[in-house]
Design a protein around this ligand. Structure first.
Ligand code: GAP
Length: 506
């Protein structure tokens, strides 16, 4: 489906729409409606179940989204969190350099200087995408952070967090104190990030306010052991930087063990494999659409020692798009904050060594993945629109439908109450024909519907207290007892967890 069509569908069903829509919309800002909120929440729950499930030493925290200026100065964001901008001398529109150069330089402009970008623009006589004139120039780098006045005097400045990661770096010292004082220590944040993107576009793909789910694992590089046997034989679709440099564009399915034999650390490959499995096994992205794209030394941020972006091929956006990544950031972050705050952030390990922990970051864009779920699972087929989400991601796991509103409504309502109390989020729909209601539930992604009919409510009928259970994907229907319904749905509605670390290690 094209991006416009997909967005129109999601907007019509009230999943999401442009913010401040009655004022014509605000670029890069979107509001979620009830189905969007529920889907986002389930995606966040699935992310937490999976990544916090990797270790008992990984914990969720919720840091502030406002960062004092001293923090972003120390982190390097004040100086370096910029995007190369290109402006048109004729119509004065501004564009991201990466966007205007994407045809001549599909690998992006990461690591290129402003002079090198200006040369590319001139050499290829790139025209302004807005007015068509060849009048593009490259001005000073544009800082993407939103600064705000902080406090009543107006003299202090704070910044909206450009990434959730900083909150975890700031929390490390406190969490070391309150925790078991051992490494690894993982801090996971699901929170908002804000970036004044030069050219917000492609709906949820480049937003100015969005949600990230990020896990920062603090570890001692000399002793970080993971249960690698759990992933050893997993084959991963990698596109290595050296193969790309030699002209390769296709992935090579490589086992986790082979990647380690080739020089990558076990702890890195273990988490990369779990990001891949999360995409394939939890979000249901087809394996052949996923690629783990290694960034070369010039392409990645200078503090990243290893970076593989997890990309997925999306028809609505015309190709592979980055939806998450694994970054090995070394001791850059705690080193910078130790310097900026004047606090020693090194820790003493049980063997007496004093270590400034390194950081492994697993990052994941909630909004981008919500879009990817819609791109890959929402289909128009056989005259119906069906959102084939895995059951545990469905905004409405169960639809409760009385065949006739008046006669079967009271029973259906009490069934609704019963399943909700048993922990199954369910929605009631009694309006229009049963066919129309199934269609609405299919579009909303409800994996199951139960229909209450005359037999259900008739105490003298053998089928009393049974309902018709309809499966969204197959449209198969079966008669099931009301008793035990919630228990039957509990398993498919539970988000998967990775194998228990101890079991995997043995
Ligand atoms: N802490 C590392 C970090 O922030 P990033 O690649 O800049 O790295 C991480 O962002 C994730 O956040 C990306 O994988 C992407 O999914 C999401 N993301 C980044 N910028 C975004 C934007 N403007 N709109 C929506 N999602 C975005």
């Amino acid at each position: 489906m094209k991006s416009d069509e997909l967005f129109a569908l999601l907007r019509r069903r009230g999943f999401l729409w442009p913010s401040s829509e009655i004022y014509g919309g605000a670029q890069g800002l979107f509001d979620y409606g009830p189905l969007g909120v529920a889907l986002k929440r389930r995606l966040e729950e699935a992310w937490s179940a999976w990544f916090l499930g990797l270790s008992d030493d990984y914990h969720a925290i919720q840091p502030s989204e406002l960062l004092p200026e001293a923090v972003v100065r120390a982190s390097g964001h004040l100086e370096n969190f910029t995007d190369p901008e290109v402006t048109c001398g004729h119509c004065h529109h501004a564009f991201r350099a990466e966007t205007v150069l994407e045809k001549v330089r599909p690998e992006g402009v990461d690591g290129l200087s402003a002079t090198a970008i200006a040369e590319l623009v001139a050499q290829h006589r790139i025209a302004c995408p807005s007015c068509g004139q060849a009048a593009l120039t490259v001005p000073a780098p544009f800082n993407l952070m939103f600064g705000v006045d902080f406090g009543v005097t107006g003299r202090e400045k704070a910044y909206l967090a450009p990434e959730t990661a900083q909150g975890s770096y700031l929390a490390f010292a406190r969490m070391w104190e309150v925790g078991r004082k051992t490494l690894p220590l993982g801090l996971a944040v699901i929170g908002r990030a804000y970036r004044n993107e030069i050219a917000p576009r492609q709906v949820l793909f480049r937003m100015r306010a969005f949600t990230q789910a990020e896990l920062q694992v603090f570890f001692d590089p000399a002793s970080f052991a993971v249960p690698f046997s759990a992933v050893r034989d997993e084959r991963l679709p990698v596109l290595r930087a050296d193969r790309r440099a030699a002209g390769a564009t296709d992935v090579e399915w490589t086992s986790a063990a082979e990647l380690v034999a080739g020089g990558l650390p076990e702890f890195y490959v273990f988490h990369l494999a779990h990001l891949f499995r999360f995409f394939r096994d939890v979000l249901g992205y087809p394996a052949e659409r996923i690629r783990l794209f290694e960034k070369s030394e010039v392409e990645r941020a200078f503090y990243n020692r290893i970076q593989f972006d997890a990309e997925v091929r999306l028809d609505s956006l015309g190709g592979f798009r980055e939806l998450g990544a694994v970054h090995y950031r070394g001791d850059y972050d705690l080193g910078r904050h130790a310097k900026g705050s004047g606090k020693d952030l090194a820790v003493t390990l049980t063997d007496g060594r004093r270590v400034l922990p390194h950081v492994l970051e697993i990052t994941f864009g909630i909004d981008r993945n919500l879009w990817a779920l819609a791109d890959l699972h929402l289909a128009v087929e056989d005259e119906r629109t069906v959102f084939r989400l895995p059951a545990y991601l469905a905004p409405i796991p169960l639809g409760v439908l009385p065949l006739l509103k008046k006669e079967h409504g009271p029973y259906a309502r009490s069934l609704l109450d019963r399943v909700r109390r048993a922990g199954v989020p369910a929605a009631y729909d009694a309006s229009a024909s049963i066919g129309r209601r199934y269609a609405r539930m299919d579009e909303a992604g409800a994996p199951y519907c139960v229909t209450v009919d005359g037999e259900t409510v008739d105490p003298s009928h053998p089928a009393h207290d049974t309902v018709t259970l309809r499966q969204r994907d197959s449209r198969a229907q079966e008669r099931v007892p009301v008793e035990g319904l919630a228990a039957r749905l509990a398993e498919p509605l539970r988000p998967p967890r990775p194998p228990a670390p101890d079991a995997a290690a043995s």
